[in-house]
Design a protein around this ligand. Structure first.
Ligand code: HDE
Length: 734
């Protein structure tokens, strides 16, 4: 071996990524038909694609028609199995950038340099529904991020809820079977509201904490851009010196976490089943780039047992009041995929895609996931070569001896495909840790081979109670109503009762409120069946029982509201004769605050103002509805208002927005329209004690009022998102 041929350790910093690295890599695979001839897959130009080759124009099609056969074969093979869970998803490209070096805690390169923007691909999803199901169903949402780092792909495959239903992966198939459509009838689609799910859940007290989150408004997000994300499990950070710490990951949207209301979510499922997908797509197209801050909770290894729950138990969170969040960087999603199938459908996540400096723990749920994700990709792709599909390829170099198989893309050179070898100069080489070789964190493990769980996992209610205690009253009300819906759909009374017994252990008052809506009493015999084989051990003895908090305001969305009008959609209802000066001023103010205003009218086309100006209508009533907007504004204009008073669609639009507690603004004649739409009490305008009948988030002004001031009040109401106190006060039929 001469000097040049000797293996030398490539320094891992030889390879650099930047924000555009993934985009450049994908560019090699993109196809652009502009100014090109259509060809067969073999590159032969096609002369005619409207008629098959026949023996006579009325005769049979000929087998030799290679173009017809190829075209049809492709269609016949266009689908792959959908994901068994998280089948419906939406993807986006972007980048992640740390605020400062995290080298003190982890040697992961992409977290160590604030000037590096690491490309990411994110896939948001629902869990239960099939690929064509509605976006707005009650469900957890997947929040999976693939970081294309210079040291390989790192996947943070999380959810928008910080805990999970079960503690051990062996129960995942049962959980999924129970929540999916029932096997005999294949009903219901994308819903937990049926007997088999609640049968299972009620027999599994460990699911109670997650159930509280799933029944809460978290499970009906207003937008993928407005939901939090959580790594759920406890992972490990390891620094250059080998010191390890436990870590939990949190994503927080910079425009705050917000939800739909249930009635709205259900209606959207029919009117726009793509609601969340469309919202994400359009926001990115318009330059309203979704942004999320990544934070971590760090726990020293020595502190493993200082809590009254086990860090390895995925049904528990670490209350932020005990371990505060440390913000470490920000993710911006700024590019839509070019092709849904090639990117969003073919992206394959795996919690075991780790980079040096990040490792797993013994959480038995996480351990099971480490097996499942690659296994399920093999079912989807029918080949281990799915890692070579463009969206899944790392941007850094890949060299190994992994073999052939369906759809192998890479052309390995030479005859050496084994290790150790001398014929290939020992290449590709082993990387020492100093050159970025991944070394698993060393941990002493010993124990008996036993099918059991640690006793430290046995408390299933404290954190469910903590969650309940931490919500505001409107949030509690929504949760109770969600339970009325879900358990109301359960036909078997014994299942309802068993679930109530679980809820009673969370909080007796909560159980009573649920019971009141489903026509049964809280059962007297409150024996709860507990599955799982819990074994007392060192960990359970060391744990500090009762060391936690009773309330955690951090889990309430309402208590952590970020007030912004950015990217909020405002409907402006007009008919002929509207006040154009007012509209222009209010619209300008809304847009300056970052909101989007759309003109809605009975029919598409142009509407004329009272002074003759024409305004283009964006959407007609038949193509939209109040549920597709965050706020409603009805400009003054006698004739316009008069027309809307006679228009069921307009009245419905307003009263429905009111029922959903959305901000509404109008001036002058519009006040009478709000009266008619059940929004304001009759004679509001002429009533001197109008205060009494006014409602939070309903902004009214006289005809002569200052439009800027009026717009300012409206924008303040929009920033608050919803005005829940209206829920109690009104009887709106919409
Ligand atoms: Fe998953 N999960 N999961 N999961 N999961 C899948 O992998 C699984 C769990 C999550 O957008 C599947 O590629 C097991 C927790 C997301 O492509 C499958 C267990 C969390 C996605 C699978 C869990 C998740 C998946 C189906 C319990 C939050 C969608 C398709 C042990 C931390 C990723 C696929 C995407 C997808 C297995 C529990 C998040 C079957 C066995 C907890 C976001 O492998």
């Amino acid at each position: 071996m001469n000097e040049e041929e000797k293996p030398h350790h490539q320094n891992k910093t030889d390879f650099k990524v930047n924000e555009d690295s993934k985009n450049q890599q994908l560019e090699q695979f993109r196809e652009d038909p502009k100014d090109q001839f259509m060809t067969t897959d073999q590159g032969v130009r096609i002369n005619h694609t409207d008629d098959s080759l026949k023996a006579g124009s009325r005769g049979p099609t000929l087998l030799e028609d290679f173009h017809f056969r190829e075209k049809m074969t492709h269609l016949d093979h266009e689908s792959i199995p959908e994901r068994v869970v998280h089948a419906r998803g939406s993807g986006a490209h972007g980048y992640f950038q740390p605020y400062e070096s995290m080298a003190e805690f982890t040697k992961a390169k992409f977290l160590s340099n604030p000037s590096i923007k690491t490309p990411v691909f994110v896939r948001f999803s629902t869990v239960v529904g099939s690929r064509g199901s509605a976006d707005t169903v009650r469900d957890a949402r997947g929040f999976a991020v693939k970081f294309y780092t210079e040291e390989g792909n790192y996947d943070l495959v999380g959810n928008n809820i910080p805990v999970f239903f079960i503690q051990d992966a062996i129960k995942f198939p049962d959980l999924v079977h129970s929540i999916k459509p029932e096997p005999d009838s294949e009903m219901p689609q994308a819903s937990a509201a049926h007997d088999t799910f609640w049968d299972f859940a009620s027999l599994m007290p460990e699911s109670t904490h997650m159930l509280m989150w799933v029944l809460s408004d978290r499970a009906i997000p207003r937008s993928f851009r407005m939901m939090e994300g959580f790594g759920v499990h406890t992972f490990r950070f390891i620094n250059e010196a080998g010191k390890a710490r436990f870590v939990k990951f949190h994503w927080r949207p910079t425009i705050g976490a917000h939800s739909l209301v249930w009635d709205e979510a259900q209606k959207l499922g029919g009117k726009d089943p793509d609601w969340l997908r469309r919202d994400l797509w359009e926001a990115i197209e318009m330059g309203n780039y979704p942004e999320f801050e990544l934070s971590v909770q760090l726990v020293d290894e020595e502190d493993e047992f200082k809590f009254d729950f086990d860090l390895l138990d995925a049904t528990k969170l670490i209350p932020e009041e005990l371990v505060p969040l440390k913000p470490i960087g920000r993710m911006v999603l700024n590019r839509n995929p070019n092709n849904f199938f090639a990117e969003t459908e073919q992206v394959a996540f795996h919690p075991g895609n780790l980079v040096p400096g990040i490792d797993v723990t013994n959480d038995p749920l996480l351990q099971g996931r480490l097996f499942s994700y690659v296994d399920t990709q093999l079912n989807r792709f029918n080949s281990a070569n799915f890692t070579e599909v463009p969206i899944n390829r790392p941007v850094c170099p890949v060299h190994n001896h992994n073999g052939a198989g369906f759809m192998k893309m890479t052309i390995g050179k030479g005859k050496v495909n084994y290790w150790p070898n001398s014929l290939g100069n020992g290449c590709p080489m082993m990387a020492p840790e100093s050159a970025g070789g991944y070394v698993h964190h060393q941990e002493k493990v010993e124990g008996h081979k036993i099918r059991a769980r640690s006793e430290s996992f046995s408390d299933h209610y404290s954190q469910a109670t903590l969650f309940w205690n931490s919500l505001t009253e409107p949030e509690k009300k929504h949760l109770v109503e969600a339970a009325h819906f879900e358990l109301g759909k359960v036909e078997t009374i014994a299942v309802r009762e068993r679930q109530l017994a679980n809820f009673y252990k969370v909080d007796p008052e909560f159980a009573r409120r649920v019971a009141a809506g489903i026509g049964i009493e809280v059962p007297k015999d409150l024996e709860v069946i507990s599955t799982g084989n819990y074994e007392e051990n060192d960990a359970s003895k060391q744990m500090k029982k009762g060391a936690s908090v009773k309330e955690s305001p951090a889990v309430s969305m309402e208590r952590n509201k970020i007030e912004t009008a950015k990217s909020r959609k405002v409907a402006i209802l007009i008919e002929d004769g509207f006040d154009s000066n007012e509209v222009m001023q209010v619209k300008e103010a809304l847009e300056a605050a970052g909101a989007q205003a759309k003109i809605i009218s009975k029919l598409l086309g142009k509407r004329r103002s009272s002074t003759g100006e024409a305004m283009e209508v964006d959407k007609s009533h038949v193509t939209t509805g109040s549920i597709m907007f965050d706020a409603v504004y009805i400009p003054d204009g006698q004739q316009s208002i008069q027309a809307m008073k006679q228009e069921g669609d307009a009245l419905h639009f307003i009263s429905e927005a009111f029922k959903h507690c959305k901000p509404i603004a109008t001036s002058g004649n519009g006040i009478a329209l709000l009266e008619r739409a059940f929004v304001l009490g009759v004679n509001f305008a002429s009533n001197t004690s109008g205060e009494v009948m006014s409602h939070k988030g309903v902004v009214t002004a006289g005809s002569e009022a200052d439009a800027d001031e009026f717009a300012g009040q409206f924008i303040d109401a929009i920033k608050k998102h919803r005005h829940w106190d209206r829920e109690e006060k009104t009887m709106v039929p919409a």
